[in-house]
Design a protein around this ligand. Structure first.
Ligand code: SF4
Length: 611
């Protein structure tokens, strides 16, 4: 069946520089399979590609940063060619110090030999070129557009925003020069493609402003075109949305996987289904009434197979903002981002959005289907590296996929998120390595057995350490996600957690780590039943705009913690940054928190008693 409707699927600025975010590719694959035409655009990488040019930087040079921007304009194009992988020889000029104007971020670059040794010219150059891009981005932010960041745009306006007011005010102002550039690119797509429906995918808060700017422009300049907004950010933050002003920027807001909602919207627009058949969609009718949600449990059991066709794959940049090899996996290399299975097979962790579809609905496909998809994506993109963006790869399916890869003799390289399961035996890790797995990331979270049990993580420290040893022995790098500030967590437990992490770095079984501060979200078990975790919510009334993170306090009153949690966060980050660079591993963990004490607050009541 062929229909006449055409979709333009857009990732607005800005997500990441090294590879496309996969949402539009998955939707494109699905819509095409239903007989629709679909094209996609990553306006983020295209905007960056236009900003980091000699002509744009020269025109933008002004104010205190004028001299620096003019100097940057002289060299930016060879640097971009190097980062795109088009001209490796530029690396020699970058490392010998004769090319780049050195902005503030170069102040701390002294002896890089400890990090790269005497070889590794390309790696050194990539690191320095990334510092250069960040310095240029800082200049753009200070002189041209206060919202600009290298991998996000106006993120602060969308993060923890209880009302739409601030974002709305920013959108009422004249478009900035960066906005204008983005809209110019959008205009080009609209003229060339002439779609009936434009879908704006918002995976992160750092692309919401860009999406709304595009929606605002489309509604004004292309009034016959329907605009949809959806994506990961929308799925978590807008479930209780109640601000009609959003519909000045779009016609439809979709929740959870976009395949079925978009398909139904298209059918409705073509009078092929009734309004009642719209699913997981909010919209404003022509008479102005708003239908806030068509909550319909209907889900697509099979997700779309990604189609990366049409994306400017040669424009992505391999960057490195740290010398650490594992940390660089996120920004270096054009990995094919794909999903092995929908949802998380565990879906129990107390801090995680387990009540939402993208975590709570686990739907594993057959291994052969996953490997078929990998072969097709490789043929399309010409890249054999895969980043599995599953919340947690299911070990049984992962094993079968590895066996299938080995059986077919496929040469692939891959990495992804796992849980530190007992399933990761020496034999399993060898199989993973043989199939092409080079790195895994997984949560050790609070690194305290008491708290891991309380949060129902389903792993222990011992089990994690054992799994990490097997990964190390198989040559697979490990990144671990860590968490501090969980309800009832004591200072002593946090220091103990850091010491566990220090020992793991020292043993060489973890290569990189990152500490997140615990955030109570309304879609997580701890947000829905905080009393089970020694906490209570300060307010349960929903905001009219974003609703995800909620304020909490200890169950029995008092401050959240009897120590300075911000100070603890700083110490944890500094210590771990040093560990990632192989430094400070013999220092007592207490030394990273000079002056930190447990507060003597008479009103503070410990809530450990609920254990
Ligand atoms: S934190 Fe990870 S393992 Fe736990 S439920 Fe969420 S996705 Fe699954």
């Amino acid at each position: 069946m062929m229909t006449s409707m055409k979709f333009l699927l857009i990732t607005p600025p800005l997500t990441q520089l090294n590879t496309p975010y996969p949402a539009t590719a998955v939707l494109k694959g699905w819509l095409q399979a239903q007989g629709y035409e679909a094209v996609q655009a990553d306006l983020g990488i295209e905007t960056v590609d236009r900003l980091f040019t000699a002509a744009w930087l020269r025109a933008a040079a002004r104010g205190r940063h004028r001299e620096y921007m003019l100097a940057a304009a002289e060299v930016v194009e060879p640097v971009m060619r190097f980062l795109r992988g088009e001209d490796a020889t530029v690396a020699w000029r970058i490392v010998n110090g004769s090319l780049l104007p050195e902005g503030p971020r170069f102040d701390n670059v002294e002896d890089m030999e400890w990090a790269f040794g005497t070889a590794g010219v390309a790696d050194r150059a990539r690191y320095l070129a990334t510092l250069f891009l960040e310095d240029v981005a800082d200049s753009i932010r200070e002189e041209v557009d206060g919202h600009f960041g290298l991998v996000n745009y106006a993120e602060h306006l969308a993060t923890y925003a209880p009302t739409f007011d601030e974002l709305s005010a920013a959108l009422q102002r004249q478009p900035s020069e960066v906005d204008a550039l983005m809209l110019d690119l959008l205009e080009g797509y609209m003229e060339r493609e002439r779609p009936e429906v434009v879908c704006l995918s918002v995976p992160f808060p750092g692309c919401l402003y860009g999406a709304l700017r595009c929606g605002q422009w489309l509604r004004r300049e292309w009034p016959g075109v329907k605009v949809c907004i959806g994506g990961g950010f929308v799925n978590t933050e807008w479930r209780q949305l109640h601000d009609e002003r959003l519909f000045d920027y779009c016609h439809f807001i979709t929740l959870d996987d976009g395949e079925l909602p978009l398909q139904r919207i298209a059918e409705w627009l073509q009078d092929r289904c009734t309004e009642r058949e719209l699913v997981r969609t909010m919209w404003r009718r022509d008479d102005g009434t708003v239908v806030w949600q068509r909550l319909n449990e209907e889900a697509v059991v099979e997700n779309g197979e990604p189609d990366f066709g049409g994306l400017p794959l040669d424009k992505y940049l391999s960057t490195a903002d740290m010398t650490n090899a594992m940390h660089r996996m996120w920004s270096d290399g054009r990995w094919n981002k794909v999903m092995m299975a929908h949802g998380c097979y565990w879906h129990r962790c107390a801090f995680c959005d387990t009540t939402l579809d993208y975590i709570g609905r686990f739907a594993p496909p057959k291994a052969a289907k996953v490997v078929d998809m990998m072969e097709r994506v490789m043929a399309q993109t010409g890249v054999s590296g895969f980043h599995f963006v599953d919340e947690a790869l299911p070990p049984k399916l992962l094993r079968e996929v590895c066996e299938e890869i080995v059986k077919r003799g496929l040469m692939v390289t891959f990495w992804g998120n796992i849980r530190f399961e007992k399933a990761y035996t020496a034999e399993m890790c060898d199989l993973l390595s043989q199939a092409g797995c080079v790195a895994v990331s997984g949560g050790l979270e609070v690194a305290s057995d008491r708290l891991l049990k309380l949060m129902d993580k389903g792993v222990t420290i011992e089990q994690t350490v054992q799994a990490c040893r097997h990964f190390r022995d198989a040559g697979i790098m490990v990144h671990t996600y860590l968490m501090y500030g969980f309800p009832t967590e004591t200072l002593q437990e946090t220091l103990g957690a850091l010491d566990t992490v220090r020992r793991m770095f020292d043993e060489g079984i973890v290569q990189s780590a990152f500490w997140h501060r615990y955030a109570m979200t309304c879609h997580s078990p701890s947000g829905q039943h905080p009393e089970r975790y020694g906490a209570r919510r300060c307010s349960v009334a929903p905001n009219p705009f974003c609703n995800n993170e909620v304020d909490w306090e200890p169950l029995h009153g008092g401050e959240q913690f009897d120590y300075d949690i911000d100070e603890v966060g700083r110490g944890l980050r500094v210590a771990t940054y040093n560990y990632m660079n192989g430094l400070g591993l013999d220092q007592p963990v207490r030394s990273w928190f000079p002056g930190l004490r447990v507060k003597k607050n008479k009103n503070h009541k410990s809530n450990r008693s609920h254990e």
